[in-house]
Design a protein around this ligand. Structure first.
Ligand code: TA6
Length: 300
């Protein structure tokens, strides 16, 4: 458990970066600079909110999100690691790995010359994590908060044999009405349609939303754009070190079954996730590292 007073004395930056408790012992960092306001949870190194100055939040957080240590938080930028989706062999293991439900260590905080706040987190391991992931593979998450949001996941293989991971930055974006937005950048990409028995299909043009969508686009390094004409903005999603893009909206039935999506939360969120999943899993050779990087910026 992190001590708020210690965090503020070691990592606080005046009123631009302050730590506090949210819900049942959920430690968060609140950022308020000339460039943006944001909130980052120590659990999962998860950005919960991010609003460039003059913009409403770009990152969606459920009004019914639960802030209970060890439970995933609905919304923000969940880190799915060291596997994406269901575990390949053991259904008892947590979906999307364990990174998003454990406390991380904050290694550093910095106000950069360009006015952005940089936070560097490293994941904590324990007997519990080693039970589901018996590898020595330190993970860091570097977060740059300004009028853009950058996230970088760095996995290092400290073993003498290769390790294989799948991963994603499972980011929830805030939209005016998912029925009236569209996603471009994936035209002609092949995808696995999780709503249709993982059947392999090819994207035709832009993606519109009139029902549940859960697709893993493969072998794509393309930039994506969420075009939200109601809110007169486009959210640009640029990535490196990622060959998969997952597009997800649970729609009505799935949302109600999840219990933490809010009354009609599905209408105001859309996940466009940058990662490496399915046939895009990553092999990291001994003593090497793998970097997954994204940048989000808004044009209006
Ligand atoms: O990325 C889409 C997805 O894999 C969906 O299939 C759905 O399970 C979603 O992630 C949310 O998963 P969670 O474990 O956070 O409820």
């Amino acid at each position: 458990m992190h001590d708020i007073t210690d965090l503020n004395s070691h990592f606080g930056i005046g009123e631009q970066l302050m730590f506090s408790l949210l819900g049942e012992n959920m430690v968060v960092a609140d950022i308020n600079t000339d460039l943006c306001t944001a909130r980052v949870a120590i659990q999962g190194a998860q950005v919960l909110e991010w609003a460039p100055k003059g913009q409403r939040s770009v990152i969606w957080l459920s009004t019914d999100a639960k802030f209970i240590p060890g439970k995933s938080i609905r919304g923000g930028t969940p880190v799915c690691w060291p596997w994406f989706g269901a575990h390949a062999t053991n259904s008892d293991y947590p979906a999307h790995g364990y990174a998003r439900t454990v406390d991380w260590d904050l290694l550093s905080s910095e106000l950069l010359a360009d006015g952005r706040i940089k936070l560097v987190f490293s994941i904590q391991t324990s007997d519990a994590t080693r039970r589901v992931w018996p590898h020595t593979s330190p993970l860091e998450c570097h977060i740059f908060l300004g009028n853009t949001l950058e996230l970088e996941l760095i996995t290092r293989n400290d073993e003498s044999v290769p390790i294989i991971i799948s991963e994603a930055l499972h980011t929830y974006f805030a939209v005016s009405d998912v029925r009236q937005v569209r996603v471009s950048g994936l035209d002609a990409c092949e995808y696995l349609d999780k709503v249709d028995n993982f059947n392999r299909k090819t994207q035709q043009g832009v993606i519109n939303f009139s029902g549940e969508v859960d697709r893993v686009y493969l072998a794509t390094e393309s930039k994506c754009v969420i075009d939200d004409s109601n809110w007169k903005r486009q959210i640009h999603i640029t990535k490196r070190g990622s060959r998969s893009t997952v597009v997800w909206n649970p729609w009505i039935d799935k949302s109600q079954a999840m219990g933490d999506m809010g009354e009609s939360g599905y209408l105001n969120m859309l996940c466009v996730e940058s990662g490496n999943a399915a046939s895009d899993v990553v092999t990291i050779e001994p003593a090497k590292e793998h970097r997954l990087w994204v940048r989000y910026h808004v044009e209006s």
